[in-house]
Design a protein. Structure first.
Length: 468
């Protein structure tokens, strides 16, 4: 590369090389860049993404392809010639290849499967046969295993022979003649042991394994609790089938987080970048929840109609309806968001329901009392300003009773909101549903209706015989 070219930015160098149509120089340039820099070039020059992947050395092209968004991966496959697609897919680790293929239509998968060599095709079809979102879809069959009778010297020879195609060699797995998992050994223990030491003298029997049918979210929690870079995957008979590595878990955690955030916001999970979702598909995912929430809010109108006589007798009560409804909805949304997040990271489990309820009862009473006191003194302050002729009289001679209605209603509504928001995710989890479905908008809508009932019930208690 010339000195003048080297002084330019990566983007400028790429543009000049593309204009020069010098594939050899472009290949050399791309192979010298960091993987993240090449991915950034693809983001900046989407028209050249297939050219970039097709020009690079295949092992580096695979490293870049793995970290791209699914939409970019689809475009690259669409624009590459078949021989390049075959090179790329055959070189991709089995778990990454499966992750990509499961995002495609069945017809496209069939066409791409034909491009794989027989061994890779067999592995891919096997992984695609496991349930969606299961550990089986994530695992790779590329790992190093040894037997109990092997010595350290034999282990090192095995690593030198087979580790090139392994996903990781940080951990070596020990199996018996039946293929059953016995234990795992960290590479550090192997390096520090004497060459003639046997495997059965090194292992400690504290292996942690995943079942091939385990949910990916469960696997994420196991990784978190055990601080591992890789975990073995076994079937129901304890036969070692593959391994799952921490980089796969990071992608799972990111996808789960995005999905939960979307559900908490009151929409279905998009499962692909926002800008890549077709307009009508986006409307379909958003409209369903909005219709449910709209129909639920109709119950608010029903509740208002039920208390129409009370409102007619004491119009002043209607002034505080938005205040009461929003306070209950906000407290419920706050509680549901906290509990959903706590459940997602494993801080709260089903068995903790009573601890959560007890905590939220005290939280609801405390928060409700704070808001109730503020509401009470707001009415009292307004009355004082009215007495001095600074503002018009809104509450009349029964201002004190109205202040008590607002104050105690806020305590009840906020308490109910926190209980509803905290318990609904746990109930849904118990029923086998996704806790994130108990989104903030849904909880707010539910609390709106019940909040009105609480408000007017308290009003009847304090104002009966006065205004009602």
């Amino acid at each position: 590369m010339s000195l003048e070219l080297a002084q330019l930015s990566i983007t400028q160098q790429f543009e000049l090389l593309v204009q020069a149509e010098n594939k050899f120089a472009l290949n050399e340039f791309l192979n010298e860049q960091n993987i993240s820099d090449v991915a950034e070039l693809i983001n900046q020059f989407p028209d050249y993404e297939a050219l970039i992947i097709g020009t690079m050395a295949i092992h580096r092209a695979v490293s870049v392809f793995k970290i791209l968004d699914i939409s970019e991966q689809k475009n690259i496959i669409k624009n590459l010639p078949n021989y390049k697609i075959a090179e790329l897919l055959n070189e991709l680790p089995a778990d990454d290849r499966t992750d990509f293929l499961e995002e495609l239509s069945n017809s496209v998968i069939r066409d791409l499967i034909k491009l794989l060599n027989p061994e890779e095709r067999k592995i891919t079809l096997s992984l695609l046969g496991y349930p969606e979102d299961s550990v089986g879809r994530l695992m790779t069959p590329d790992y190093v295993y040894v037997y109990e009778h092997n010595t350290v010297e034999e282990i090192l020879a095995t690593i030198r022979k087979f580790a090139k195609n392994s996903e990781t060699i940080d951990v070596i797995y020990v199996i018996n003649e039946k293929g059953e998992l016995i234990d795992d050994i960290k590479i550090k223990s192997i390096i520090l042991a004497a060459p003639d030491k046997r495997v059965d003298e090194i292992i400690d029997g504290r292996v942690v394994a995943l079942n091939v049918n385990d949910d990916q979210e469960h696997a994420n929690q196991v990784f978190k609790m055990n601080n591992r870079v890789a975990l073995p995957v076994v079937d129901d008979n304890n036969i070692l089938l593959g391994i799952v590595t921490i980089d796969d878990m990071l992608w799972v955690a990111n996808e789960e987080y995005s999905e939960d955030i979307q559900k908490i916001g009151g929409t279905e999970a998009l499962n692909e970048p926002y800008l890549d979702v077709p307009f009508f598909k986006l409307m379909q995912k958003r409209a369903g929840w909005l219709i449910v929430l709209f129909l639920s809010e109709m119950l608010t109108a029903t509740a208002m109609g039920y208390f129409a006589d009370e409102i007619a007798k004491a119009v002043v009560l209607s002034i505080f309806v938005p205040l009461i409804m929003s306070s209950g909805g906000n407290s419920g949304s706050q509680a549901s968001t906290l509990i959903i997040q706590a459940m997602a990271v494993g801080d709260v489990h089903l068995k903790d329901w009573w601890r959560v309820m007890r905590r939220e009862i005290f939280s609801g009473l405390t928060l409700g009392t704070i808001l109730g006191i503020i509401g009470f003194f707001r009415i009292a302050l307004w009355h004082e300003l009215m007495k001095h002729g600074m503002i018009e009289d809104l509450y009349g001679m029964h201002w004190l009773e109205i202040a008590f209605v607002v104050g105690f209603s806020l305590i009840g509504v906020v308490l109910w909101g926190t209980l509803t928001g905290s318990m609904l995710p746990i109930i849904l989890k118990k029923l086998g549903a996704d806790p994130a479905v108990s989104s903030a908008p849904f909880v707010a809508t539910l609390v709106d209706v019940t909040g009105l009932v609480i408000y007017f019930s308290v009003a009847m208690l304090f104002l009966k015989g006065l205004l009602l």
